[in-house]
Design a protein around this ligand. Structure first.
Ligand SMILES: [Zn+2]
Length: 598
């Protein structure tokens, strides 16, 4: 393990906003920077990063901590590994003997071996393209308009039409057959002994992971033989549902421009980059998946799909509807004229014409409306009904009420139907989840589940916000004045930290032995509620806690109950009612009120 000194040096030399911005698109909101949580699926940002305290916390799933914790969660590392990663990022040398042996060491070693073998194969393919055997392939790429610079940047390669080219090369390098097979480079013979090359007589497109390691290959023939494209099989390194072609090159451009352009093939992606559309990525023979969206969401929350206007392409695009609606990403669609794909379009018309199409992209829902309602004319009422039903099926899945309304109107207009009739047909609010308003089921606040006394909560919050308040409270109350065990532990830890006389640092309050307490501290450190008069709030809460004034406590509670009802925050409302019951006085004014979802 590392010394505390090394750990704090590493921690202090990495800025948490810088670090997390490399993964999540963050926007400044008050004291925090917020974005879509990389650790759970959500539509509205509940992931907050606090630069003053150098911590992050997700109000949705409860994940939180400092820079090390973020790297641990994000990269799937243990603590010592996270320290190593951030130390190397900050250029801080670590003591040589601090390598720890983790249980994941074996799979990590295997991964390294596979990356090495795939890198060797990539090198071989690249040299084949440069050498005498590659002349036809070079001519083919030239004819397709791929420049030398792109051949270089995308590290394109070639493999001769023979059965054991890569096999012999890698064997010479000392690799075993089972390693080559695991890396997806060779295939076991159906009959008899031995293996043969997966890729033969093809242009080779190396597929890289987000960090730029080659993890797999795609191969394209240069004539009409089939299959036109062939990709590596799924390997421990490569899964097509979690890999996007050239995301490693596009990620920074995606972040800067706020969106990614999604195309379908290697040559489309290369043409985009060649013509300056550097935020383009391609799927690898599969429709967009949740995994793809998760990868891109770290950098931008918007996508522009270049869609194929043939009926199969339209169908495929519509199939993405549910995924796009639940992902919380903004999705726009472009269709290129005359059956062009991005490659042919760019070669013919150049960057500016393509950029104009990107600017004129339409929202995905408008595209859906176009496809379902506006195509052709309808002759029969049955046809109208059919299309209206199909649209309602889509509309009910839109999370935003305003947008649902908008598209109901548009559908009614387009089908020449009475809007109120159409509105009546809409199934009863399936989009509304059973949990509290303001957050879907997936982002139910973590810490309001229990029955936590309001006054205690406010005091903990105020202390974590303001060291002065914490110091003054330390003189007035004791941890055991808190009735909630978790708040009691929080107060204990805060007072301990103040007694230790060190600077009052949220991160110092976090310890590894109490996950619940860590979450609570992170939650209230990041939570931004403004108290108009914190000192007065403090005094009131202390009175309540010390039970000096049960009248005041009840008044306080009733006010909070009214507020919760006004905000339609029914989780909070039920919690406060329970607290009120515990105080021993049945509510007389609130009995008639029905709690939705109860
Ligand atoms: Zn989360």
């Amino acid at each position: 393990m590392f010394s505390d000194d090394i750990i704090s040096r590493v921690r202090d030399s990495v800025d948490i906003v810088d670090l997390i911005s490399g993964y999540v698109s963050l926007k400044k909101a008050g004291k925090n920077h917020t974005g879509l949580c990389p650790f759970h699926s959500e539509k509205t940002p509940s992931f907050s990063v606090n630069p003053d305290k150098q911590i992050f916390h997700c109000f949705g799933c409860g994940a939180g901590g400092d820079v090390f914790k973020f790297i641990e969660l994000q990269e799937g590392l243990n603590f010592p590994e996270a320290v190593r990663v951030l130390a190397s990022r900050a250029g801080i040398p670590l003591p040589a003997n601090s390598r720890s042996r983790s249980p994941d060491k074996k799979s990590e070693d295997e991964r390294k071996d596979l990356i090495a073998i795939v890198a060797d194969a990539a090198e071989y393919f690249r040299n084949e393209l440069k050498g005498p055997a590659g002349s036809t392939a070079r001519a083919y790429l030239k004819k397709r308009g791929v420049t030398d610079a792109m051949v270089q940047d995308f590290a394109l390669g070639y493999v001769k039409p023979e059965w054991d080219g890569i096999l012999r090369h890698l064997k010479q390098k000392g690799y075993a057959f089972n390693q080559m097979e695991k890396a997806g480079l060779i295939v076991k013979r159906n009959e008899g002994e031995g293996y043969y090359d997966r890729f033969r007589g093809r242009i080779i497109f190396p597929i890289r992971d987000i960090s730029g390691n080659v993890i797999a290959f795609g191969g394209r023939v240069m004539d009409d033989s089939l299959p036109k494209y062939l990709n590596s099989s799924e390997t421990p390194l490569y899964s097509k549902s979690n890999t996007l072609y050239c995301l490693d090159m596009a990620k920074e451009h995606g972040r800067k421009q706020g969106y990614f352009v999604i195309v379908e093939g290697y040559l489309d992606a290369i043409a985009c980059h060649q013509y300056g559309v550097r935020n383009a990525v391609a799927t690898l023979g599969t429709a967009l998946t949740e995994g793809h969206l998760r990868l891109m969401r770290r950098f931008a929350d918007k996508l522009v799909l270049i869609f194929d206007p043939d009926p199969a392409g339209v169908k495929a695009s519509l199939r993405g509807f549910d995924l796009f609606m639940t992902s919380g990403m903004k999705v726009n669609v472009v269709s290129l004229p005359d059956g062009d794909d991005p490659d042919t379009f760019l070669q013919k018309h150049g960057h500016d014409a393509f950029a104009a199409h990107l600017r004129n992209s339409v929202k995905f829902m408008d595209f859906v409306l176009e496809q379902v309602v506006k195509r052709g004319s309808y002759t029969s009422i049955d046809d109208k009904v059919h299309r209206a039903e199909e649209m309602l099926g889509f509309i009910t899945k839109i999370p935003s009420g305003i947008e649902r309304d908008h598209y109901l109107k548009k559908t009614a207009e387009a089908l020449d139907l009475d809007e109120t009739v159409l509105r009546r047909e809409i199934p009863s609010r399936p989009w509304r989840s059973a949990s509290a308003p303001g957050g879907g089921r997936e982002s139910a606040p973590v810490l309001v589940r229990g029955h936590r006394p309001k006054a205690e909560e406010i005091l903990i919050h105020l202390m974590l916000k303001d060291e002065g308040i914490a110091r003054s409270l330390k003189q007035q109350i004791r941890p055991q004045d808190f009735t909630d065990p978790l708040f009691q532990r929080a107060a204990q830890r805060i007072f301990e930290a103040l007694n230790a006389g060190e600077n009052f640092d949220t991160r110092a309050l976090l310890r590894n032995d109490d996950e619940d307490l860590n979450n609570l501290i992170l939650h209230y450190s990041v939570l931004e509620t403004d108290y108009d008069d914190p000192q007065k709030h403090c005094r009131d809460c202390v009175d309540v806690i010390k039970q000096k004034d049960p009248e005041k406590k009840m008044k306080h509670l009733l006010k909070a109950i009214d507020e919760a009802a006004a905000n339609e925050d029914w989780v909070e409302y039920r919690r406060l009612l329970a607290e009120q019951n515990m105080l021993g006085k049945r509510p007389d004014r609130k009995l008639g009120k029905r709690v939705p979802g109860a």
